[in-house]
Design a protein around this ligand. Structure first.
Ligand SMILES: [Zn+2]
Length: 424
């Protein structure tokens, strides 16, 4: 009887007391360890790692074959799928869904490491969790026509735009000073809205022989190394672009906030940043959109004209017309994706890709070839910049005209697990 009673009570309690939430921390740890192991098969796959150092040592000591890793990733994906069914708290559901897509991206990257190729847009969607909008190149012809009116003259339009760019090169001996000033301004404007830890800092290095123009290597402990490629001379607008994109509120701030999710929430999946992941469009998109957020309206023009031009020894009187030209050129950004798609899907050859890049990106042959090398190296990664920027812009600007509200929306992407689909 007594036994009976206990059993009945246990049954009643089981019906009323919810089961504890499944613990997905061990699954997240497996994801991190697997990512580190995948990194042994592809240089550059691990963009940043600041988790336990022994996990990295262990992953690199006896890396499994890609076939074994694929099986391990599949098993992890299935276990997480099951565990997620019993997650109740919104925050944990969101964490679980995000981790699931990180794992799916890693799984597809393993296929790619083994040579698998799918059409460009599909590759982008599998790696980055968003399908790019690809417009035909003819859609960009009206923008070229508008630019014609801004730089009238003879010869190819790309040459004229390039010549206009070259009039605004930062002299070598002013580079450090101009970049430092621009970065300080991006930091000041970001800090007015987004709290940053006291000890955050970065170092800047000038490098050569890269397919990119700038890169942020987040080191952990709130530090970054920002590299600036000097293969092609930097024009004055590069300073604010780099300061916001690589620094504030871009990649450096993204690194700081991802590390906070890891250290403060204990979510280990944020201790690793694979280069190819659904975080890509968020990071690159927010890096690009960060310029507009930090310098709304004509504030960028005013800052460049009044502060950076004099520092670089350039004529501030021409800042206005140059700014109009750059804005028009920025409207061509989507053409990059279309050219990359045509080239990587085998519709055009390398020469034609460089030719189209010259025409639609209004670049010198040298710059166009640097870009083609970038597309070859990083493939569909190129979508992260403009598709990501469109995504972040639409999401942040849905918060309304108020600048504080926009910064809060921007910050919400940094402070919780977020997938591109969460912002659509
Ligand atoms: Zn970037």
């Amino acid at each position: 009887m007594r036994v009976m009673f206990t059993l009945v009570l246990a049954a009643v309690l089981a019906a009323c007391t919810p089961l504890p939430e499944p613990d997905i921390d061990p699954l997240a740890e497996r994801y991190v360890r697997l990512s580190l192991e995948i990194g042994t098969h592809e240089e550059g796959y691990i963009d940043a790692y600041y988790g336990p150092p022994e996990w990295k040592t262990e992953a690199e000591a006896h890396p499994r074959s890609t076939a074994e890793l694929k099986a391990a990733v599949d098993a992890l994906a299935a276990e997480l799928q099951t565990a997620r069914r019993d997650l109740r708290e919104d925050e944990l559901q969101r964490r679980g869904a995000t981790l699931q897509q990180y794992i799916a991206s890693a799984r597809f990257r393993l296929d790619m490491i083994d040579g698998a190729r799918v059409p460009f847009a599909e590759e982008a969607e599998k790696l980055f969790g968003i399908r790019p909008t690809l417009r035909p190149l003819t859609a960009y012809d009206p923008i070229l026509a508008r630019i014609e009116t801004l730089v009238p003259g003879r010869g190819a339009l790309a040459d004229r735009v390039e010549a206009a760019r070259n009039r605004y090169i930062i002299p070598n001996d002013r580079m450090q000073e101009v970049f430092d000033r621009a970065i300080a301004e991006c930091r000041r404007r970001t800090l007015a809205h987004i709290p940053l830890p006291q000890n955050e800092s970065f170092t800047m290095e000038f490098v050569t022989d890269k397919s990119w123009s700038g890169y942020n290597y987040y080191q952990g402990q709130n530090r970054s190394i920002i590299q600036v490629n000097t293969d092609i001379p930097s024009s004055i607008d590069r300073a604010v672009d780099l300061g916001c994109h690589e620094g504030y509120p871009g990649h450096h701030v993204q690194g700081i906030y991802a590390e906070k999710l890891y250290r403060e929430n204990g979510w280990v999946e944020y201790s690793v940043a694979p280069l190819f992941s659904p975080q890509g469009p968020l990071n690159e998109g927010a890096g690009n959109y960060g310029v507009d957020l930090a310098f709304p309206g004509d504030e960028r023009l005013a800052f460049e004209r009044d502060v950076l031009y004099p520092l670089a020894g350039l004529d501030p009187a021409t800042a206005q017309s140059r700014s109009e030209l750059l804005r028009a050129v920025a409207d061509l950004a989507g053409a990059r994706l279309t050219i990359a798609q045509m080239y990587l899907d085998g519709e055009i050859n390398r020469d034609r890709a460089a030719e189209l890049a010259q025409k639609y990106l209004l670049a010198s042959r040298e710059r166009a070839e640097q870009w083609v090398r970038f597309a070859e190296q990083y493939r569909s990664y190129v979508i992260n910049y403009s598709t990501g920027q469109d995504l972040i812009r639409a999401y942040v600007e849905r918060a309304g005209e108020d600048q504080d509200a926009r910064w809060r929306a921007f910050q919400s992407i940094l402070t919780q697990p977020t997938l591109p689909s969460d912002l659509q």
